[in-house]
Design a protein around this ligand. Structure first.
Ligand SMILES: Cc1cc2nc3c(=O)[nH]c(=O)nc-3n(C[C@H](O)[C@H](O)[C@H](O)COP(=O)(O)OP(=O)(O)OC[C@H]3O[C@@H](n4cnc5c(N)ncnc54)[C@H](O)[C@@H]3O)c2cc1C
Length: 384
């Protein structure tokens, strides 16, 4: 360890929901509680990127391949998240969700139900046409699956609670701190940062025994600035943008309403979700883009209305108003089967204590506390 530099046992880069949940789980871990921890965030505050540009849905764990990290961490994360919300005064609602199949899609809905059961989601209920009409009169479909354990959450308040718990346990939080480069030394990682807002910036160096890269859309870029990390360890990044439109006026739905995803599309199909104030919004769609750009073409409302009409025939395109957009950090290009989360440790490459998270798209919010648990175990294997 370089004695003249400040030192932290654990350094987390990125205060999105994943970095904050990791910090919270590390500070709760019986063997890591006494280790010093710092969370670095380039922006003025936490969660300003993907973590505040999503549907705020607590997913049940229905769609992901059996045994995948997405399936395991979503199902575990959902339980941890509901418990966390109840205990720490974070607003949430178990709205329930309907996946609505049209006449030709009954077989696909059965496959979804089988996948859910394989993932341990055992509370799904089948609704026939009549039961669907009774539950959601504005929705049209041949059959539907009701997922009672799907819900919505105040994600900002959730992140605030994670940071608060980590800080209460002694974690340091440094906003306006950009990590520029990482240099492994014989015993630690030397972290080179810039501190300060857009105007006056100072450079600052410190060492850390364990470094956790959860920089979201910037994770690959940061990985490329870690000396000694083989380029083959850094997966490709593909940006996939999702736009949302608010539906003005009173919501015709009480549940979250999803179509059966069509085979050729990326994502779950344009669906209707509610926020905690009852506002209905539709989205996200999925378009691969080259750069980070969150603007929305207002004329897309027509395309949205066409996609929504099969399950909501009374859709009025004029009530669809651009809301916001988010960008998924995908690991595979358009047309490829969805990739799993990638959570890597590098002891085999003589970089022990380095942990990197790539491709943490949906259900990353739901899975965040389970991701935190998993990463805390990896850190414990090294430091504990
Ligand atoms: C359209 C969309 C809808 C979604 N809907 C849902 C949903 O309903 N439910 C669900 O469970 N999940 C959903 N997700 C997924 C979820 O939002 C993400 O998995 C989660 O927010 C990822 O969090 P993160 O912390 O990894 O990334 P981010 O929130 O992007 O955080 C990364 C942080 O790292 C910081 N950073 C980057 N580089 C540096 C650096 N060099 N130095 C310091 N700091 C740095 C950034 O400023 C940022 O704050 C959705 C995602 C999208 C895109």
């Amino acid at each position: 360890m370089t004695s003249e530099l400040d030192h932290f046992d654990i350094c987390i880069v990125g205060a999105g929901v994943v970095g904050l949940a990791i910090a919270c789980q590390l500070s709760r871990h019986p063997l890591l509680r006494r280790h010093s921890l710092v969370i670095l965030e380039r922006e003025s505050g936490f969660g300003q990127h993907t973590s505040s540009r999503n549907s705020e849905v607590i997913h049940a764990g229905i769609y992901y391949p059996q045994h995948s990290l997405k399936a395991r961490l979503c199902v575990r994360g959902k339980h941890l998240l509901y418990e966390h919300c109840s205990r720490h005064d974070v607003a949430f609602q178990r709205t329930g969700k309907l996946i609505v199949a049209q006449t030709t899609q009954a077989g696909e809905l059965e496959q979804i139900a089988d996948k859910a059961a394989a993932n341990g989601v055992e509370d799904l209920r089948w609704l026939d046409f009549r039961a669907l009409q009774e539950l959601e009169p504005a929705v049209r479909g041949h059959t539907a699956l009701l997922s009672p354990s799907t819900g919505i959450i105040d994600s900002h308040r959730y992140m605030e609670s994670l940071l608060h718990l980590a800080q209460q346990a002694g974690a340091h939080y440094a906003p306006y701190t950009v990590v520029d480069a990482v240099e492994p030394t014989a015993t630690a990682y030397q972290v080179q940062c810039r501190i300060g807002g857009n105007t006056e910036q100072e450079s600052y160096r410190f060492t850390a025994d364990s470094l956790i890269n959860c920089a979201g859309l910037e994770a690959q870029s940061l990985a490329s600035r870690i000396a000694g990390l083989p380029a083959t360890c850094i997966p490709s990044l593909y940006l996939c943008k999702g736009d949302y439109f608010s539906y003005t006026g009173r919501s015709p739905f009480r549940h979250l309403i999803y179509p059966v995803p069509e085979k050729h599309i990326t994502g779950l199909g344009i669906h209707g979700t509610l926020d905690l104030s009852g506002q209905l919004r539709f989205g996200p769609d999925a378009n691969y883009v080259e750069t980070l750009n969150y603007t929305i073409d207002p004329h897309k409302n027509i395309h949205f209305a066409q996609a929504i009409a099969p399950y909501f025939p009374d859709i009025n395109a004029n009530r669809l108003v651009p809301a916001y957009a988010g960008i998924r950090p995908k690991l595979v290009p358009a047309g490829a089967a969805a990739a799993d989360f990638s959570i890597q440790e590098y002891s085999a490459f003589k970089l022990p204590g380095l942990i990197q998270l790539f491709g943490i798209e949906s259900p990353g919010l739901t899975a965040s506390l389970a991701i935190g648990e998993h990463v805390a175990e990896l850190v414990c294997d090294y430091l504990g």
